[in-house]
Design a protein around this ligand. Structure first.
Ligand code: THU
Length: 142
């Protein structure tokens, strides 16, 4: 898609990979990292953060987005996700449904690129619209 032509996927994936070692996942050993590119051009990272009270755990994507919002960002353009059991990124880590909905809050689904990466040379990408069609968003509340 032309909109995403100039987007540096490699930089975003490398940023995610650089923080994946900080993932706190003692219960699942599934270590995930995310790097989100915002309209300002800045990139913010996050990792999953589990908890002894399991439902209190949060995903890497939502933590990266929370990081961006806390710095004053309003819109996201792209997000790279890396992750896997024991930190071995043998699969393309796909964002969970809750994270897709949180991405939806901060971007037009057609204009947000989700990059699921094993490494900077090996990734798949989809628009948020492809991952979360017919979504419910802020506009629906009028
Ligand atoms: N997880 C993420 O952080 N992002 C995803 O896209 C999928 C799942 C985390 C949540 C939990 O800490 C662990 O991976 C296993 O589900």
């Amino acid at each position: 898609m032309a909109l995403f032509d100039g987007l540096d996927r490699s930089e975003l994936i490398c940023k995610a990979l650089s923080v994946q070692k900080h993932s706190y996942a003692p219960y699942s050993q599934f270590h995930v990292a995310a790097a989100v590119l915002c309209d300002s051009g800045k990139i913010y990272t996050g990792v999953n953060m589990e908890n002894a009270s399991f439902p209190a755990g949060t995903c890497a994507e939502r933590n990266a987005i929370a990081h961006a919002i806390a710095e004053g960002e309003k819109k996201i353009r792209a997000i790279a996700i890396t992750g896997g059991k024991n930190g071995d990124n043998h699969t393309y880590c796909s964002p969970c449904g809750i994270c897709r909905q949180v991405m939806r809050e901060f971007g037009d689904p057609d204009q947000v690129l989700v990059i699921m990466a094993k490494n900077p040379e090996d990734y798949v990408e989809r628009t948020l619209e492809e991952l979360l069609p017919c979504s419910f968003g802020p506009e629906d509340l009028g």
